[in-house]
Design a protein around this ligand. Structure first.
Ligand code: FES
Length: 139
């Protein structure tokens, strides 16, 4: 395989991963996580980040944790902080919600606790839109 073929196939693999329906992330192959701008307390997420899915994971400049943007059935959005309130374990998407890797607390896609040991819901942020971008109020 020549250099051009290698780059083409690598980019196609990255695109396939990035467009996985369950989890669309803003990460790129070459540079790790892509940071989105936060200005005046607002994280700007291009609308096409959602792709055809109902969730997307994004990182924002100055934010300690990644957020999951969730498109609800009624077309509105919410954003969930991906940090378990029990002991700050990492969360992963599972069917119908999120689960903590450490002690397996489960949350729905509104951030509500479905099963402990966590007793608190996930931190959520309101999401608006300017027509081209989702605007997440992070402060
Ligand atoms: S840190 Fe998540 S359940 Fe304990």
């Amino acid at each position: 395989m020549d250099r051009r073929g290698f780059l083409r196939s690598s980019c196609q693999a990255c695109a396939a991963i990035a467009l996985a329906p369950a989890l669309v992330s803003m990460e790129s192959c070459a540079s790790g996580s892509k940071m989105l701008a936060v200005e005046n307390g607002m994280l700007t997420v291009p609308m096409d980040t959602m792709g055809n899915g109902n969730t997307a994971i994004v990182s924002g400049q100055g934010l300690a944790n990644k957020l999951m943007i969730v498109k609800r059935a009624d077309g509105t959005y919410t954003a969930l902080e991906l940090l378990c309130p029990h002991k700050q374990g990492p969360l992963k998407e599972v069917t119908g919600g999120l689960e903590c890797d450490w002690h397996h607390s489960r949350f729905d896609l509104e951030g509500k606790v479905l099963g402990g040991p966590a007793k608190q819901d996930l931190k959520t942020y309101p999401v608006g839109s300017d027509g081209k971008n989702l605007l997440v109020k992070v402060v």
